[in-house]
Each structure stands twice: as structure tokens, then as C-alpha cells.
Ligand binder design. Structure first.
Ligand SMILES: *Cc1c(COP(=O)(O)O)cnc(C)c1O
Length: 851
């Protein structure tokens, strides 16, 4: 039955409790223990059953309970405290306020998923949680940043297992009206709708806002009239549907996102694409500049490039969105007309090799071509990304490919257990959650008494075990399991046993079953007398990933076949809440990806912040962590051609470490019963990982390296009705016209081939600049050791000086080099573009070498 009218009914709160509403609708409560405790205190059962959703709680709580708390002075005092803390948080001075004087700027952060709190299930895994943590830290730091995403009606699926251990999916419908979401409205009170062009029609979307501390996150929702049924479903499922649906979603995210920000009145000065899903935003930005600001294509493109930022998250080509050219033309061909490009020129925006007319359209390539700053998410991932995308900068040495790395982090106040936060507050002071690496407070970690640290950890472990048991009971009840099964699930896990946590997406490269590769050996380890080990495991496989689901089943079969129910526990429906329990209550955090496929990984960072020791393959973030003092490395970061052999070697390394190091260290107790060598290592884990692998550091890095420069460049290029942008664009057109006629005609080296270390060698070159001016280029000497294949490796560039022109019309360049090490050394010369408004000499993606 369709209703003839709908109402948005909001909770009726007694006037004394109005502050609860304010608190509920700003998800700052997620990282403010006072507010969270308040909701727990209001109604613990409802808090749990609502998936920690205070808005739903306020809507369903009984009036009797509300009357009770109105008369509870303790409750009211706590409510006032929480409300005051929120006010202070919103008004306090910030890092941004102290470090930046630009007063008209706004950064837009686009992501297909956001993992903020478990009652907003619009994320699938690490990428989303990272985006959520990015927003939380942007708020803590006071950045003028807005998030842009999609509000999925069904979000990502909920997982449950059938009796055989096979993953089943459920798609609970999100009830937006009972979530911490504000519907954006026009001045007259009507819903704000935006119209996004799709072939033959407009698709309309309304806009919901999540208030993340100081910052808004805007989410588009197409499930409205007058959209047709297909278009209703554009924002239905995260990563659901076929390739056409994927394109529909990415158009809504990128293009709809830009249109939405305009409708909301934002003047954005820097755009950050978190992964390539949102890269269509570059097209819409250019269209706006051409049609609304009257710019030509080259100028529009220049403005867009100069203020776009791209973060890549995948180290494998298969992880990148690729679309067939005909589909791209069907959905987006009108942009080619607006830009004045041929079809192939347009498709070339998403192709590494623009001459390859059959290549698919890559969202990552589009993002890279349209960005001034690009980065991977850990140092090793930076290396892998430079290799993967070096084809975009032809003839540029790989180590100079302008894709840098900003190592991921996690939001400390969101992932550290409450009691542990209080411990750190007490011994380190409350600024620990954002204090930089060199801050002296980190030395005070040593001052935490071993006993206190250990007892606190034991408490976290018990909490985790109790919560896991309750979770299992609920899961088994829902599945209709037998009373015996339900009863025995209340006895799983033992608080005194060494507990290994493993929770992540069940993608096959993460090798979730590596630990059970040698069944006999792992059984010996599990059952060793007085030195048992137990595993707590969680994670979802993508619904279409059959091999991933098989891994989940293999684990459950292992449990059943070997009667390991109490010692190996698979916790269904991994989400932010489960993650927080596991990273606080395990002892060791296990990570066994196939290097280098884990771009960063962040669950291990959360674990380390809670004092867990990581036991991990040297991949992602762990490769750059202090893995000797704060955990253990499986293997040495070597690579293998044969994946089976690699599994064999690394499984053995894992067993060896577990038997010879981890288990003995854990079970070694001092006479007072404390594992003091273990707690010493826990302290190292906290001290050396907390300050660096957190999003306070990460977002500061994005701000100073990417947002500030991009936003400044945007301002510089757009003054006087875009005059500098026009000049730069024209300069580039002229440069590229002549570039390939540049010739390094003659190079004079003042010595023979035998030189000594530290000897000065003068070099003089004649360069035909092809009618470019000396200030348009930089001519560089490039020197370094020569490897076996005759290539200069890790070369160093050094700019030469222009001495004017000689009689033949060549520009004369001079410079001096010295070699500081002996051996076979090479020298070359090269020419790069140069302009003060370019973000880097590599932006035009041309280079000319001496031949
Ligand atoms: C932190 C987190 C992740 C990411 O963990 P990885 O180590 O990167 O696999 C995934 N899902 C949830 C729910 C998380 O909290």
C-alpha cells in the first residue's frame, strides 16, 4: 500500500533533554567517551540493539525511561558535561588556525565509501574506514574540508554463515530517518534536489549531511521521485551491480558531487579523489569552467589539474576500474563535444598510451592525468605505484615518477579502547592522540606501571571475549542452531590463553588460511600443554568472490573437523564495532598478505595503538614500522615467483616465530605473575607506532603537502578572471608545439674517461631550444652509477647554467660535476619544462634526453 502522505516524525524529548538531540546528531560522540557513556547509561540494551545509533535510540526509547532520567541529577550532569565538551571542541583553536592564514578556501574529499561509525553501514573495508578517519582528523585539526559520497540504501551486506560455514549475505535496508543524518533543504523548506545529466534524462538526487565534528559529509541519495526504478537503485548498494551500474554510480559520485557542492554554495579550491571512483569529477569541473566561466579547454584543464589531488590505493592493475570505450562514449561522450575533442582524444584522457585506440578507459589514469599531486598510501606502495604508472611519464626514471607516498594512519580516539585511552590520558596527558613523533610525552610510555598496563589489557581481553560470545549466541539463534551449539558458544576463548587476532576482508591475496597450511603443526601449537594458542578471526568476502568465500569455509571446516570450537573462533559480520573489540582484546595481530599487494593495511595500526604486537609479512605499513622492537616480521620482504613455494616458506616462518619467540615471550612470567618482557614490547609498540601511524599525522601531511599548495595554486591561477591560468595554458600549448624539436647538439666534457673521485669535471653543452626561451626550460646534468645493463641508476640531476647563445644560434649551458664514489659512473643531459606556476617540471609529462 502506497501512503497518500508521508511525515518525518522526530523523537519527542522533554525540554530538559534537548541536548541529547544535539549530541546524537554530531557523530563526535564516536570519539568522545563522555557522550558515548551517556548513551550507554541512557539504555544499554537499546544502545547495543540499535548498533550504537543514538538517533534510533532516542526515537524508540520509552517515555518512562526518559521521565526517569529527567529526574536523575547524575545523568543530567553528565549530559551537560558531554554537551559542554562538544561546544568546546567546536570552538577551540585548531592546528589549521595556527598554521594557515588563507581565509577563503575549501577542500572537497570524494570517496565511494566512508566508514565512520557502525550505525552508518556505507563502507566495505579499509578504504572506507580510512576515509572516515580522514574526516575525523580533518575536524580535529580544523581543516576547511567537506566530504562527498553516496548514501547507500542497503550499504554493504551483512554477513552470516550457514551450518557448513558458507558465507550468506543479507542486505538490511538503511532507515535514513533514524540515522544521524540531516536532510539538506532549500530556503523554503523543500528538499534540496540536484539534477545530474545521464543519457536521455536527468537523474535527481537529494542530499544528506552527516556532521563529523566540525565538518560536514554530504551524501547523495537517488532513491526519490521522479527517478525511474533503475535510477532509484544507483545509490542502492556499495560496489553492487554490473559495469553499467558502476558507471552510473561513479557519475553520481564525481559529477553529481561537483554539482551538489555548487548547489550548496561551496567555492572549492582543492579536490581530493580518494581512489579513482570519483575521477569523473575532473570532467564536470572542466565543463563548468568552459560553459559557465567562458574558459577554453586548455585553460579549464590547467585550472583543474592544478587543484586536483589523487590518492591511489591499489598495488595491482586488476584493482583498478576499467571501462569499455563504447560505454564511456555512451555515458560521457557529450563532454568530448563540450571540450572540442575527438572521441579518441577524449578517451585518451583515460589511457596510458593515447595511441592505443582499443585500450579500456582507466579511472586511475584519468585521475593521474588530471592531478597535480598523486600519492600511494605507504612508502612501499609508493614504489609499487611509481612502477605501475611509469608509462604515463615516458622516459622519466622510475624513481622520479611524481607519485609520492603518504603513509596511512588511524584515528586514535576511535580505535583505542576506552580504558586504554584513559590510561594514556593519565600517564601521557590528553594530547597523546595527536602528538607528533618527536614529542617528549612518548617517553612517558615507559612510566606506565607494567602491572597497570597488563591488568588493563586483560580487562580489554575479557571484554572482547564476552562480546564475542554474545555475538555468537545471537548469530546462532538467528540461524536456528541447536541449544547445545548455542550453549557451547558461550564457552569459547579463554582469557589466559595467548590470543591471535586476524580480521580483514577475505580477498585471497590476504591469505587468511596461511596459518593452517600445516595442519599437524598448527594442531600441536594450539594444544601445547600450558602454552596454548587461540585464534579469533573475522572478515567478509565480496559476494562475488567465490575463492574468498572458500577460505571462510575452510576455516570453519578446520574448526569442525578438529574440534577446535573453543580455540578457533570465526566472528561473523565483521564491522567497525567488531574490529575495535578485536584490536583491543587480542594479544598478537596477524597479517599474512602476499607482498606487495597490501597497499597499506590499517588494522595492524589500530592493534599497535592498543598495545598489541604485530606479527606480519613485511608489506604495507609494517614494512616501514619498527618491526623488530614492536612485533615480528614474517620473512624478510623477499619476493618469489612461485606462489606455492612462497606460501610454504612464509607459513614455516610463521610457525617458527610462534613456537620459538611469541609463545615463550608471552608465557614467561615474573615471580609476581606479570609477563614483563611482553609488557616491555607492548610499550614499544605504543611508543613507536602511535605517534606516526595515526590520521592526525597523516592529514597534517595531506594538508601541508597537497591541500595548501593546491589551494594556493588555485588562487594564483584564477585571479583577474583566470589570466594566469590562460597564460600558463597558452605557454604549455606553445611548449608542446616546439618540444620535440629541441636538440642537445653537442656535449663537451673537459676530461677523458679516466677521472678520480672528487675531481671537478666541467661540462659544456650546445642546445637548440627550438625557439623556446631559456627561461622556459631547465637543462640538467644527470649522473650516477651505471648498472650491468648499462643504465644509470638512482641518478642525481643538477641544473646547468645558461650562458647565452653562440654564433650558430645554440644556447650554451655549463655545469660541473664530481663523482664522490668510484666505479663505472655515467653522465647524461636532459631538458625539462620550467615555469613558476607549474606544480612540478613533470606536470607537462615531457622530457628530452641527450642521445
Ligand atoms: C580497520 C578496518 C579495516 C582495514 O583493515 P586492513 O588491515 O586494512 O585489512 C577493514 N574493515 C574494518 C571494519 C576496519 O575497522
Amino acid at each position: 500500500m502506497q501512503p497518500i502522505h508521508t511525515f518525518n516524525v522526530s523523537p519527542a524529548l522533554p525540554p530538559h533533554l534537548e541536548k541529547l538531540r544535539q549530541l546524537a546528531y554530531n557523530i563526535h560522540w564516536d570519539w568522545n567517551t563522555e557522550a558515548k557513556d551517556l548513551f550507554r547509561r541512557l539504555d544499554l540494551d537499546l544502545w547495543e540493539s540499535s548498533h550504537h545509533n543514538p538517533v534510533l535510540m532516542l526515537g524508540t526509547i520509552s517515555q518512562t525511561r526518559l521521565q526517569e532520567v529527567v529526574e536523575d541529577e547524575g545523568f543530567l550532569a553528565q549530559m551537560d558535561r558531554a554537551a559542554r565538551q562538544l561546544d568546546e571542541y567546536l570552538q577551540d583553536g585548531t592546528w589549521y588556525g595556527r598554521n594557515r592564514t588563507q581565509d577563503s578556501e575549501c577542500y572537497a574529499y570524494f570517496s565511494a565509501e566512508f566508514g565512520l561509525v557502525d550505525c552508518l553501514p556505507i563502507y566495505s573495508g579499509g578504504l572506507g574506514v580510512l576515509a572516515g578517519d580522514h574526516l575525523k582528523s580533518a575536524s580535529d585539526l580544523g581543516l576547511p574540508l567537506v566530504g562527498v559520497g553516496l548514501l547507500y540504501q542497503q550499504g554493504y551486506f551483512a554477513q552470516y554463515l550457514n551450518p557448513d560455514g558458507w558465507q550468506q549475505e543479507r542486505y538490511p535496508i538503511n532507515d535514513f530517518y533514524n540515522m544521524p543524518l540531516h536532510l539538506e533543504r532549500n530556503a523554503d523548506g523543500s528538499e534540496l534536489h540536484i539534477a545530474v545529466p545521464y543519457p536521455g534524462r536527468n537523474v535527481y538526487a537529494r542530499v544528506w549531511r552527516v556532521q563529523v565534528g566540525r565538518n560536514p559529509l554530504y551524501l547523495l541519495d537517488t532513491n526519490i521521485e521522479p527517478n525511474n526504478p533503475y535510477d532509484h537503485d544507483i545509490t542502492d548498494q556499495l560496489y553492487g551491480g554490473d559495469i553499467d551500474m558502476r558507471i552510473h554510480q561513479e557519475i553520481m559520485l564525481g559529477i553529481g558531487g561537483v554539482l551538489m557542492l555548487k548547489a550548496l554554495g561551496y567555492k572549492v579550491t582543492a579536490y581530493h579523489m580518494n581512489e579513482g571512483h570519483s575521477a569523473f569529477l575532473t570532467l564536470e569541473r572542466m565543463r563548468g569552467l568552459i560553459q559557465e566561466e567562458g574558459l577554453d579547454y586548455a585553460t579549464a584543464r590547467q585550472v583543474v589539474i592544478s587543484s586536483n589531488i589523487f590518492t591511489t590505493h591499489t598495488p595491482v592493475p586488476a584493482g583498478i576500474d576499467l571501462f569499455p570505450p563504447d560505454k564511456v562514449l555512451y555515458y560521457l561522450g557529450h563532454y568530448a563535444d563540450i571540450f572540442g575533442l575527438s572521441k579518441d582524444q577524449f578517451l585518451g584522457l583515460g589511457r596510458e598510451n593515447t595511441g592505443d585506440l582499443t585500450a579500456p578507459f582507466s579511472m586511475a589514469v584519468l585521475a593521474l592525468k588530471m592531478a597535480t599531486f598523486a600519492n600511494g598510501v605507504a612508502q612501499l606502495h609508493g614504489v609499487v605505484s611509481r612502477e605501475m604508472f611509469q608509462g604515463l611519464w615516458r622516459n622519466l626514471p622510475e624513481d622520479e615518477v611524481p607519485i609520492t607516498a603518504i603513509t596511512n594512519g588511524v584515528h586514535a580516539r576511535s580505535c583505542v579502547a576506552k580504558s586504554t585511552q584513559e590510561l594514556y590520558d593519565r600517564y601521557l596527558g590528553p594530547t597523546w592522540s595527536s602528538a607528533p613523533t618527536d614529542h617528549q610525552l612518548w617517553e612517558r610510555v615507559e612510566a606506565i606501571p607494567d602491572e597497570e598496563l597488563w591488568r588493563n589489557h586483560e580487562r580489554c581481553k575479557v571484554e572482547m571475549i564476552v562480546a564475542v560470545r554474545e555475538h555468537l549466541v545471537k548469530h546462532l539463534r538467528d540461524r536456528g542452531a541447536s541449544p547445545q551449539e548455542i550453549a557451547s558458544s558461550q564457552e569459547v576463548l579463554d582469557p589466559s590463553t595467548l590470543t591471535i587476532g586476524f580480521a580483514r576482508r577475505f580477498a585471497t591475496y590476504k591469505r587468511a588460511t596461511l596459518w593452517m597450511r600445516d595442519i599437524e603443526r598448527i594442531k600441536r601449537i594450539l594444544t601445547a600443554k600450558d602454552r596454548k594458542v587461540q585464534f579469533v578471526i573475522a572478515g567478509k568476502a565480496h559476494p562475488k568472490d567465490i575463492p574468498g568465500k572458500e577460505l571462510i569455509r575452510d576455516i570453519n571446516h578446520f574448526i569442525q573437523e578438529h574440534g577446535a570450537e573453543k580455540q578457533v573462533v570465526f566472528v561473523p559480520n565483521y564491522d567497525i564495532h567488531i574490529a575495535r573489540l578485536l584490536v583491543a582484546g587480542s594479544d598478537v595481530w596477524l597479517n599474512t598478505p602476499r607482498r606487495p599487494r597490501e597497499a597499506s593495511g590499517t588494522s595492524g595500526m589500530k592493534a599497535a595503538m592498543n598495545g598489541l604486537l604485530n606479527l606480519s609479512v613485511l608489506d604495507g605499513w609494517w614494512d616501514e614500522a619498527d618491526y623488530v622492537r614492536t612485533g615480528w616480521a614474517i620473512g624478510h620482504g623477499e619476493s618469489y615467483d612461485d606462489p606455492h613455494y612462497q606460501d610454504e616458506v612464509e607459513a614455516n616462518a610463521f610457525y617458527e616465530l610462534l613456537e620459538k619467540e611469541v609463545v615463550p615471550l608471552f608465557y614467561h612470567r615474573d615471580p609476581d605473575g606479570l609477563p614483563r618482557s611482553w609488557t616491555a614490547k607492548m610499550k614499544a609498540a605504543i611508543r613507536y607506532n602511535c605517534p606516526f601511524f595515526n590520521t592526525a599525522r597523516m592529514v597534517r601531511e595531506y594538508a601541508t603537502k597537497a591541500y595548501f599548495p593546491a589551494s594556493d595554486r588555485y588562487h594564483t591561477l584564477t585571479v583577474n578572471n583566470y589570466t594566469p591560468a590562460r597564460e600558463l595554458a597558452q605557454w604549455k600549448v606553445n611548449l608542446l608545439d616546439r618540444w620535440f624539436n629541441i636538440k642537445i647538439a653537442n656535449v663537451d666534457i673537459a676530461t677523458g674517461s679516466d677521472v678520480q673521485v672528487n675531481q671537478n669535471i666541467a661540462v659544456k653543452a650546445q642546445v637548440d631550444l627550438a625557439n623556446l626561451l631559456p627561461e622556459d626550460v631547465q637543462v640538467e646534468l644527470y649522473q650516477g652509477a651505471v648498472d650491468a645493463s648499462g643504465e644509470i641508476v638512482n641518478g642525481i640531476a643538477q641544473e646547468m647554467e645558461c650562458q647565452g647563445r653562440d654564433q650558430q644560434g645554440y644556447s650554451i649551458y655549463t655545469g660541473t660535476i664530481t663523482y664522490t664514489t668510484s666505479g663505472l659512473q655515467g653522465l647524461s643531459l636532459r631538458v625539462l619544462p620550467k615555469h613558476t606556476l607549474l606544480s612540478s617540471p613533470h606536470e607537462p609529462r615531457v622530457i628530452m634526453w641527450a642521445s
